[in-house]
Design a protein around this ligand. Structure first.
Ligand code: NAD
Length: 507
């Protein structure tokens, strides 16, 4: 059995079964049957059910938020915001699936003028969703809602740290569907640790939507490789923020404080590094320190953020801080004693830490810390900030603060990340039409938006011959005359000589 524990108090909240290969395979088989029914409901049938689910989540938001608070330690208001964000995505996926995925005619082109060509996006069947604990509603819903809206069934494995929230999500979907008289297990829960995730990756699902560390993504891909099961990988990050000399420093400091410290820094798109134009470096650092020094972690309503959900993470934070200090870094905020590991029995609460003068090769700059820490480094130019930001292996999100819109957009485009927000942090996650995902060690594939819907489909190409072809090419009855005509046509259409335009070099 799996025990889920309140990280703030150590209290056991509930127990859940550890599902093995047999149970996971059975869940996938049941989901596969349900998938046929779900796909058969059509766009409007699925849309109204997903909207009913969203409304259920809003109506019972208080209860779900309380459970998330108890299971992860995050403040109640943060839990509510997370639910609202998830609801926005369910709503978007439900309302846009038809427009994005419905069959459409595409131009056949001159060579196939006798064909009618249709492109469709068909559901894959059953999608396995494996997720972490830090956003136990927003993260799974980012895959589940889009997979369901595209016509798939889902087998969902929440983190072993948040099975109760996962169970609540699945039961809420069942309750929303029950109003329609439906009982098919379109969204199935399996619980357990890594072994359950492995079983799901090997189960023959039609795609695995994985969110977690890059190390685990590699194991999931290896497990899925046997059956050539495609994998979507949403992994960690080391998000950087750039503050230009013309930026609104108060707004930038406020955003950096929240981006780095909210949820104790346990956010995949949290800000872990800030690069500041050297002319405004000290003013920015002062503003940031002022904001951060007032933040207090705790379990009460006034606390800025909660405990480390995974007590072991405190050790990673301690290691990164020690490495930064050993290499010439300086503590601007925090006392460097990040305290207890799981055995030390020390507090699960980490106070905010700001580090300055940390060399770019320190683990505090290169590795995901996932704690309430941030490094602040002066840079000579936006180009240098971009170069530092792009030097690491991760590429999830990033942020740029600048008044000059064109310079900000140029920097945003040159940051090697899947997402960038200008003059805000994490703004991209709030826009459901935008795809969410990373590059490099941060993974590949996209959830959210039209790309997120297409991620859970297979494009199906259909041609229908409307009349006999003017030139008979695809037959052994093809004649020399047919060949001469097609070569003439190809020469006319594609044989033109292309040369560089005068005065424009070889562009
Ligand atoms: P993790 O990789 O340890 O676990 C993620 C999930 O994978 C869990 O459900 C776990 O049980 C399962 N798992 C573990 N080993 C497995 C295996 N061998 N085979 C199959 N499944 C396995 O990650 P975590 O510590 O739970 O989460 C933190 C990480 O998630 C951070 O790196 C964070 O940045 C990342 N994250 C990314 C996003 C995103 O959207 N890109 C969102 C949230 C969190």
């Amino acid at each position: 059995m799996l025990e889920t524990v309140n990280p703030a108090t150590g209290e056991v909240l509930a127990t859940f079964p550890v599902h093995g290969r047999a149970e996971v395979d059975a869940a996938v088989a049941e989901a596969r049957e349900a998938a046929t029914w779900w796909a058969g409901l059509g766009w409007s049938g699925r849309r109204v059910r997903l909207l009913a689910w969203k409304s259920h989540l809003v109506r019972y938001m208080g209860r779900l938020a309380q459970l998330m608070h108890e299971e992860t330690g995050k403040p109640l208001d943060d839990a509510k915001l997370e639910i609202i964000l998830a609801v926005v995505h369910i709503d978007w996926a439900a309302r846009h699936a038809r427009r994005v995925l419905r069959p459409r005619r595409v131009r056949s082109g001159l060579a196939a003028v006798n064909q009618a060509a249709t492109l469709e996006y068909q559901p894959l069947g059953v999608v396995g969703v494996i997720v972490p604990w830090n956003y136990p509603v927003f993260t799974p819903v980012g895959s589940i809602a889009y997979a369901l809206a595209a016509g798939n069934a889902v087998v969902f494995k929440p983190s072993e740290l948040t099975p109760a929230t996962g169970d609540w999500i699945v039961r809420s979907f069942g309750e929303a569907l029950a109003v329609f008289g439906d009982a098919a297990p379109v969204l199935r829960l399996v619980t357990g640790p890594a072994t359950t995730g492995q079983a799901l990756a090997r189960s023959g699902v039609d795609k695995v939507a994985f969110t977690g560390t890059a190390a685990t993504a590699r194991k999931v891909m290896a497990a899925a490789a046997d059956s050539l099961t495609p994998v979507l990988a949403e992994c960690g990050g080391k998000d950087a923020m750039f503050v230009s000399e013309d930026a609104n420093l108060d707004a930038a400091a406020d955003a950096a404080a929240w981006g780095a410290m909210s949820h104790a820094g346990q956010t995949c798109v949290g800000i872990e590094r800030v690069y500041v134009a050297e002319t405004v470096y000290h003013s920015f650092l002062e503003r940031l320190t002022q904001r951060v020094s007032g933040l207090r972690p705790g379990d009460d309503r006034q606390a800025a953020y909660g405990p480390m959900t995974r007590p072991e993470q405190a050790e990673v934070v301690a290691k990164h801080v020690a490495d930064a200090l050993a290499h010439g870094g300086r503590l601007v905020e925090g006392d460097g004693d990040v305290g207890g590991g799981p055995d030390g029995g020390a507090s699960p609460y980490l106070r905010p830490i700001i580090l300055a003068d940390v060399p770019e090769n320190s683990s505090a700059v290169t590795e995901e810390t996932f704690g309430p820490t941030v490094t602040v480094t002066p840079v000579a130019s936006m180009a240098q900030a971009v170069s530092h930001a792009n030097a690491g292996g991760y590429g999830l999100g990033s942020a740029v603060f600048a008044r000059d819109r064109s310079a900000a957009m140029t920097a945003a485009r040159s940051l090697r990340t899947g997402m960038t927000s200008v003059n805000s942090v994490i703004g991209f996650a709030v826009v459901p039409a935008l795809p969410f995902g990373g590059v490099g060690e941060s993974g590949f594939g996209r959830i959210h938006g039209a790309d997120g819907l297409r991620e859970f489909t297979r494009p199906k190409a259909i041609t229908r011959q409307r009349m006999r072809p003017p030139i008979n090419l695809l037959s052994f009855a093809r004649t020399d005359r047919d060949m001469r005509r097609i070569v003439t046509l190809a020469t006319l259409l594609h044989g033109r000589l292309y040369r560089p335009k005068k005065g424009r070099g070889a562009q």
